[in-house]
Write a protein that binds this ligand. Structure first.
Ligand code: PNS
Length: 172
């Protein structure tokens, strides 16, 4: 069998608004499966994000510091175009369960239709992270609940601060 000469680079795209323990589990596991990993933070999510792209990148970088083969970048436009620029042919997405599947399959198919070289692989959520979603983190944060079990400490602090600012803005 022919040996592969080029490094296998994976992209992990997402909104990461904010990064959760579920995302970090996928990033850690992908970093052991691929030569290097680029976490691709979608800059313009369509909705107004809680955190700027720069803040989202910073939060992931801080948590992924111990993983030498992981870089974090923001991107705009089509994922397949960013994949081409980043020289990555594999997209990794986490799957929490059946509810994710339909949407994820549609995205994977769309990306492959747009660029046949881009293959998506799915990593099933580890036990303990199946229920974790950025949307829930924001909702709990806004209602004053604790998000400590869902995100790392640094992210929980950032969520509390943003939630407090949003509540203050809503009062004035
Ligand atoms: O964390 P999310 O919000 O589930 O991530 C969705 C993301 C960023 C992977 C997806 O929206 C995306 O790739 N957007 C870039 C635009 C694009 O390429 N769209 C066509 C393929 S679905």
């Amino acid at each position: 069998m022919k040996r592969r000469k080029t490094a296998r680079r994976a992209l992990i795209p997402g909104s990461f608004d904010p990064v959760t323990n579920g995302h970090l589990d996928v990033i850690r596991r992908a970093s052991t499966l691929f030569d290097d990993v680029v976490v691709a933070v979608l800059a313009n999510t369509g909705k107004t994000p809680w955190f700027t792209a720069r803040e989202r990148v910073g939060l992931i970088e801080a948590e992924a510091r111990s993983l030498p083969n992981v870089r974090v970048r923001s991107f705009g436009g089509l994922l397949v175009d960013f994949a081409r620029r980043a020289r990555a042919t594999v997209v990794v997405r986490g799957l929490r369960g059946g509810a994710d599947l339909e949407n994820e399959m549609a995205m994977a198919r769309t990306n492959r239709d747009l660029d046949a070289r881009v293959e998506t692989v799915f990593l099933g959520a580890s036990s303990g992270t199946q229920h974790v979603a950025s949307r829930l983190v924001r909702e709990i944060g806004l209602l004053g609940g604790r998000v400590d079990g869902l995100v790392p400490r640094r992210v929980a602090v950032a969520v509390r601060a943003r939630a407090a600012a949003l509540r203050k803005a809503a009062r004035s």
